[in-house]
Design a protein around this ligand. Sequence first.
Ligand code: NAG
Ligand code: NAG
Ligand code: NAG
Ligand code: NAG
Length: 379
Amino acid sequence: MIKHCNAWSVTCAVCLSPFFILAIRIAYLYDQQTFVWTPLSEGKLKRPGVGDDGIWDATANESQSNPFSVRDLNSDKRYAKPETNCDDLWYYGSETVSLEDQPGWQPFNCKMASYRNLSNLEECGRRLSKKRKKRDTFILLIGDSRMRQLQVALFRELTGRTETMQFTTNDDYCDKPEALNLTWYSEILQTCLFHRIVEPYNFRIGRWWAPYFSEAALAGPLRELIALPAESAPALVLINSGLWFLKDCGDRRVFFEDCFNSYTKNLTILKHELIQLTDRSTVVWVLQNNLATPCPIPSESKKTNAQLQIMNDAAVGIFADTAVKIWRSYTQLFDYMGSNGDDRHVGDEALATEVQIILNYLCNPVTQTDPGYCCSQSS
Ligand SMILES: *[C@@H]1O[C@H](CO)[C@@H](O)[C@H](O)[C@H]1NC(C)=O
Ligand SMILES: *[C@@H]1O[C@H](CO)[C@@H](O)[C@H](O)[C@H]1NC(C)=O
Ligand SMILES: *[C@@H]1O[C@H](CO)[C@@H](O)[C@H](O)[C@H]1NC(C)=O
Ligand SMILES: *[C@@H]1O[C@H](CO)[C@@H](O)[C@H](O)[C@H]1NC(C)=O
């Protein structure tokens, strides 16, 4: 179900006309500065399985031509089903419809508890704090504005705030005092750091603005994290990167092939730091969701989405033999529940579910005894 397309169904009829598509393409060719991808057709290497225009050719014989093919989920170890029901939280789940006819999401093999229920959340905070001998439970988010979105949502959930985003003041999501003067879409706010301890539950939320996941920017800070005393290590580190890499390549008119190589090289170098982090922290690589676009997807977004998919597949491959977990339900929730109205950020329903996934992962080991719950003490 792609909810956000429904409103466009009328437009779709018009858009689907071949003339319209042709017009879009011609307009696009004259204005290549406006979007993030770089056409592959200008020469150099072509990724097998991707057509001249850079669009993924789903009809190509993938087993033969596409080195990143992951379509056979059962035999590809990169898509192996989770070994514990705890990891089901990060894996694909089932899309459900609740009584209120609201879309919902459930992992396949276990139940989720609700930490929207304040008494459950308080219980979790008390027990985690006791288990960790009063030390805080540190959640660190590293990446782009999608990680900022999660940070704001987590912070609001843990502080019991119910107001919607536009009524949230800037100091709720930014550690710069002058942030109060700025508007929500300011670049400074976007990039600002965040590091708070949330009383009374002793949760600590940190965020690093690092949209490129590049060695130059992150090798140092990651090593500092690894060097922290064990009791200060984060419980959970969530990381993403992808769209900004593509955007930067587009701005500099770098071919996707080169962009992709630079992305995978950075991931491969920093993989060693992430492996070291997994000794003490759960490290989760958050896949990049597609750009949500009106039906039918304009060709340039389709291209960017095909490229993001190739980058996701590569990240999954790079971390396949490590303890780094892959958050697949993140992109499933975006596809299922839609965006927040812009084309790249998840909507409120998906965001709320993502916050519950994180809290179930951290809280269930101390609050749930019923083995039916994901990550429960006895599962
Ligand atoms: C795809 O390629 C494989 C390996 O070359 C070959 O065995 C198979 O017959 C091809 N399938 C199709 C549908 O062309
Ligand atoms: C919250 O959870 C507790 C214990 O699990 C339960 O007794 C209570 O009824 C729940 N409250 C709400 C409002 O659902
Ligand atoms: C923000 O506002 C405060 C008080 O109104 C002022 O002192 C400060 O200089 C402003 N900061 C910026 C960056 O404009
Ligand atoms: C890592 O990414 C940056 C772009 O953020 C790029 O300039 C650099 O060359 C990449 N590193 C490698 C080793 O490819």
